[in-house]
Design a protein around this ligand. Structure first.
Ligand SMILES: Nc1ncnc2c1ncn2[C@@H]1O[C@H](COP(=O)(O)OP(=O)(O)OP(=O)(O)O)[C@@H](O)[C@H]1O
Length: 770
């Protein structure tokens, strides 16, 4: 029996194959691990190969697998390099043939890093190289690697030379030279793209400003002593140990046919499911003494880590009750889908059962409340609202809640400045002060600390405001209504009192995604869900993506993350070009995370060192005089993408407000572009572009994104700022800026921004920084 190792290039080449061929590759690997001498496999060495270990094997009539065979210490290992067309009958093939690949690839030991690597594959990857050059030409410029223009190569800031890159960082000399010649981050990513995996990750670490020793730690590379020992070992041992030392490039998928089959059944073809970055792996496995916070820009893999971590925690403790939660129901659905994709055998269970439960945080609150006894509900109501009874039948939020605030202001008729009677201000004050502090009377409200609230209030203003709050509550009580925010604090109160009565907690561990948007009620609920102990809460957030909530201090909810917080910098979604654009929208603003790092308060919200592993065309900005012309230009761009083979359903057209979506659909339709207007939960149809609001694109990603309406008239949206007190206006403006960042960072490959009239102030400011 032989051990099967999947290389990252191997996985990529398999996922590029037709769906009907992919299972044949896995069945080939299964048979190979059982008996590599089976004649049907046709395992053959190749004459004149660059590496004597190389073998080809028959997947089917048209495809051959390319593998390395390593025999060490009585054990046989096959490294899957990939699957390509067989040369017979494929003379005109555009892609490389298996035989061409097999003749050039080598499995080598990188003596500086102590890892094995596959080299030589890129010289035959005609299709990828051609695509990169074509992309560059179509955008009217050379490929980023050789692009002229502003020099902004991050390596230059750290005085790297070819010699130090080669000797200390283990980079192959020709890549070291190319990396130092790159004009900018995008050029560097283009070079990195061609490099063996561990070298690539090392180069990106250096580009983020990490020193060699730290980079080695981040990449979980072996220490000096081990590398030294391996340097002196025989080659077969170097390659065997070197593959284990490089889990980001090689993954051991099994040493029996059953194990290989299990790997196939558990894993689909997505890279993130098999090759986690060593740093991601560390956070998946992290065990701590309390809560932990992971922060990082859009696309740095926070969700991927949470999903893996949920599975890992379940594997370690099958009896543990784990909750994976996020901001909305739709994002919860997407988490559920990703978890299933990662491991369809993992039990997804109802809240509070052993296994992993996945739900939006408001769903969790509703479930707790709905499952509570009448007695528990009564006690919680008493604690939050004071006397009175409500059956908790009707739930309100959104525009309905806005109307209720308007009605309450009209009825209460307070003596207040207009800015203090805006629904946005009242809703925040009610949530962050009245509900969060469980204020039940005027006496309590005039005395309660309002920490973190920007707008100061005098005693008499509080007296007038309380009239509105009281009216709001009285009318809701009479009509049997609860706001979603009220549901969260009631649910928290129910869980707290159960714990106080010694009846335990609902779950053991909570994993939170999109935490930057959670409000005070959500945090109370999260704290009450799990007992305070090791790994109780694992929180993923990005302060730059706060588009709903306000900055809060977690300590006030009994959540202590100081000293237990880390930032991710490597972006897996967005190309270097799009990332630079998105980040330029953020700079020049003061950002605050849920909690600063004690030793470096600005670290959490810094964008310093954000780096992308991908490269592509520069974002395109299209300016037109009128909205109609703008939308027509959008349609033309979509047609251009379509001509280049993009499937329309992978194109997202994002708008600031719902009311623009129908207009967009109408103009796109009139230009012959099929379009679908989607809400958060709508299913996507094939063959039509997706029109969504920028808000609804949160947490999602698309191959191509068209950001429309990024003009001064729409961003920031006037209605979002109207008549608010000054401090609230600042927050609201920041949320609008974040919204643009969220929307811009949804693009995987290509980003186009359109506006009519003058550009948004956010764009104008950013263009001076790019
Ligand atoms: N190790 C990896 N290998 C390959 N792809 C990865 C890896 N980690 C993450 N990705 C991919 O990068 C993209 C972004 O990941 P993810 O959604 O987890 O980021 P995020 O930090 O949660 O983003 P956002 O904050 O914007 O929601 C996804 O397409 C994901 O599959």
């Amino acid at each position: 029996m032989a051990t099967m190792v999947m290389t990252k290039t191997g996985l990529k080449s398999i996922s590029a194959l037709d769906q009907s061929v992919q299972p044949m590759v896995w069945s080939f690997l299964e048979k190979l691990s059982d008996n590599d001498e089976s004649p049907g496999l046709k395992i053959k060495p190749l004459k004149n190969a660059a590496d004597r270990r190389v073998r080809t094997g028959r997947v089917n009539k048209s495809y051959r697998a390319v593998l390395f065979r390593v025999d060490h210490d009585g054990q046989r290992i096959y490294h899957m390099v990939g699957v390509w067309p067989h040369d017979e009958g494929n003379e005109k093939a555009l892609t490389s043939t298996a035989e061409e690949m097999a003749s050039s690839v080598q499995l080598t030991f990188n003596a500086a890093l102590g890892v094995a690597e596959v080299t030589g594959a890129e010289t035959h990857d005609h299709a990828a190289v051609e695509k990169a050059f074509q992309m560059g030409r179509e955008e009217g410029r050379e490929e980023a690697l050789t692009a002229a223009g502003r020099r902004d190569n991050p390596l230059e800031n750290f005085s790297w030379t070819v010699d130090t890159l080669v000797e200390d960082a283990g980079i192959t000399p020709r890549y070291a030279e190319a990396a130092l010649q790159a004009n900018d981050q995008a050029g560097l990513s283009a070079v990195a793209d061609r490099m063996p995996e561990v070298q690539r990750l090392m180069l990106l670490e250096l580009a983020m400003g990490t020193g060699i020793a730290e980079a080695r730690r981040n990449l979980s590379l072996p220490d000096d002593q081990e590398v030294q020992q391996l340097r002196e070992a025989e080659e077969e041992q170097q390659l065997t140990a070197g593959a284990r030392n490089a889990p980001s490039a090689f993954s051991f998928i099994g040493s029996t046919p059953e194990e290989v089959k299990k790997a196939y059944n558990e894993l689909s073809m997505a890279e993130w499911q098999i090759f986690l970055h060593p740093e991601q792996r560390r956070y998946v496995d992290h065990r701590g003494t309390g809560s932990f916070r992971l922060t990082g820009g859009a696309g740095t893999g926070k969700t991927v880590i949470l999903v893996h971590r949920a599975r890992e925690m379940h594997r370690r403790s099958p009896d543990a009750r784990i909750l994976l939660t996020t901001y909305t129901v739709a994002l919860g659905d997407s988490l559920r889908h990703q978890l299933k994709q990662l491991d369809h055998t993992l039990p997804q269970v109802p809240l509070g059962a052993a296994g992993v439960a996945v739900a939006g945080i408001d769903q969790v609150a509703a479930k707790v409340l709905d499952a509570a006894t009448a007695e528990e509900k009564g006690a919680a109501q008493e604690l939050i609202f004071g006397p009175g009874r409500n059956e908790f039948r009707r739930r309100v939020g959104g525009p309905q809640e806005v109307q209720l605030w308007k009605d309450a202001v009209l009825t209460a008729d307070p003596q207040l400045d207009q800015s203090l009677t805006q629904e946005a201000f009242l809703g925040q004050e009610y949530l962050s002060v009245v509900l969060a502090r469980r204020v039940k009377s005027l006496e309590e409200y005039v005395r309660v600390p309002r920490t973190g609230r920007g707008t100061r209030l005098s005693r008499s203003q509080r007296v007038e405001l309380w009239k509105i709050f009281e009216q709001f509550r009285t009318s809701n009580l009479a009509s049997d209504r609860l706001t979603f925010a009220e549901v969260t604090v009631l649910a928290a109160a129910i869980l707290e009192s159960r714990a106080e009565l010694g009846r335990g907690h609902l779950v053991d561990h909570v994993l939170v995604d999109e935490a930057q948007d959670f409000h005070a009620g959500h945090w109370q609920l999260l704290r009450a869900l799990a007992p305070v102990r090791g790994d109780d809460l694992f929180i993923a957030e990005d302060a730059h993506q706060r588009i709903y909530g306000q900055k809060l201090t977690l300590k006030q909810f009994g959540i202590e993350i100081r000293g237990r917080s880390r930032r991710l910098k490597l972006n897996y979604r967005t190309t270097a070009q799009n990332l630079r654009f998105a980040v330029s929208l953020l700079e020049g603003e003061k950002w605050e995370a849920l909690e600063a790092n004690a030793d470096d308060p600005d670290e959490v919200t810094s964008t310093l060192g954000y780096t992308s592993i991908l490269t592509g065309p520069e974002p395109v900005i299209i300016e037109r005089e009128t909205v109609q012309e703008e939308y027509v230009a959008a349609a033309e761009r979509i047609q251009y993408w379509q001509q280049r083979g993009r499937a329309l359903e992978h194109v997202a057209v994002l708008a600031r407000s719902k009311r623009h979506m129908q207009d967009l659909a109408q103009v796109l339709g009139s230009q012959g572009v099929p379009a679908q207007v989607l809400g958060r939960d709508s299913a996507v149809k094939e063959g039509a572009v997706q029109i969504r609001t920028m808000h609804a694109a949160k947490g999602m990603e698309f191959q191509c994104v068209l950001l429309t309406g990024v003009g001064a008239d729409h961003l920031p949206a006037r209605y979002a700022l109207k008549n608010l007190p000054e401090a609230e206006q600042r927050d609201a403006r920041q949320r609008e800026r974040s919204l643009l960042y969220v929307a811009a960072s949804r693009a995987r490959d290509e980003l186009v921004v359109t506006y009519s009239g003058a550009p948004s102030e956010f764009m104008a400011e950013a263009s001076t920084r790019r």
